[in-house]
Design a protein around this ligand. Structure first.
Ligand code: SF4
Ligand code: FES
Length: 237
């Protein structure tokens, strides 16, 4: 089938303002959108810029806005589109060139939640023991590939008045360690999250959950963080 891709273009070194360019690609219905973008770059316009690496929903680098919804180009099959697809960079972030955005602020916020295990007890010879039911508590959060689709889709992150909000991706990672039985920094983690730009910045609008390519229940996990903070403030008995 013949697919038209209407693509956002902007090269700050030579363009005064962004514009859209339409390319036509002969594609198999089972091709992925990423295959079409690659074909454009290889056969029609080598200056088209976008990120990609694994091609299989693992690296999280090809997040973009596809027909208005953030997702991974490598997970979208051509057969799911009609004649034309609109492709734009992820919103929220500054455009570096075409579909490439600057994710510096995204990773700064991610770092702010201390995305690593904190346990000062020296590790035993083999491993820190964890039972399957303890692992299940945060298993879904491990699937996060940091594609930034959730943060880019979040209406709170999209608003300039709340741009300090840490965002859903960072909160998923915070959840992952807050609910890990091997982690010993829950007090410190709760302190990092218990403010208006932390977990309380979430307005429960569910956009993050709708777009997550790894089907992580993002909003639900943020709700569990809020509950944990509340319980910490109001201990029973
Ligand atoms: Fe991407 Fe989902 Fe992780 Fe958000 S939670 S960064 S949408 S994989
Ligand atoms: Fe790696 Fe799409 S190219 S997730």
């Amino acid at each position: 089938m013949l697919l038209k891709l209407k693509i956002f273009r902007f090269d700050p070194e030579k363009d005064e303002k962004p514009y859209y360019q339409t390319f036509e690609v002969e594609a198999d219905p089972m091709d992925r959108l990423l295959d079409c973008l690659n074909r454009i770059r290889w056969e029609q316009d080598p200056t088209l810029s976008f990120r990609m690496s694994c091609g299989h929903g693992v690296c999280g680098s090809d997040g973009m806005r596809i027909n208005g919804i953030c997702g991974l180009a490598c997970q979208k099959l051509v057969r799911s589109f009609k004649e034309e697809v609109l492709i734009q960079p992820l919103p929220v972030f500054h455009v570096v060139k075409d579909l490439v955005v600057d994710l510096g602020s995204f990773f700064e916020k991610y770092q702010s939640v201390k995305p690593y295990l904190i346990n000062l007890v020296p590790p035993p010879d083999r491993e820190r023991i964890q039972f399957p039911e303890q692992h299940q508590a945060f298993e879904e959060a491990i699937r996060c590939i940091l594609c930034a689709c959730c943060t880019a889709s979040c209406p709170v992150n999209q608003s300039q008045e709340t741009e300090g909000y840490v965002g859903p991706a960072a909160l998923v990672r915070a959840f992952r360690y807050l609910f890990d039985s091997r982690d010993e920094a829950s007090e410190e983690r709760i302190g990092l999250l218990d403010h208006k730009d932390g977990a309380w910045g979430c307005q429960t609008q569910w956009k993050c959950t709708e777009v997550c390519p790894k089907e992580i229940p993002v909003t639900k996990q943020i709700g569990q963080i809020k509950k944990r903070i509340y319980e910490n403030r109001h201990p029973k008995g």
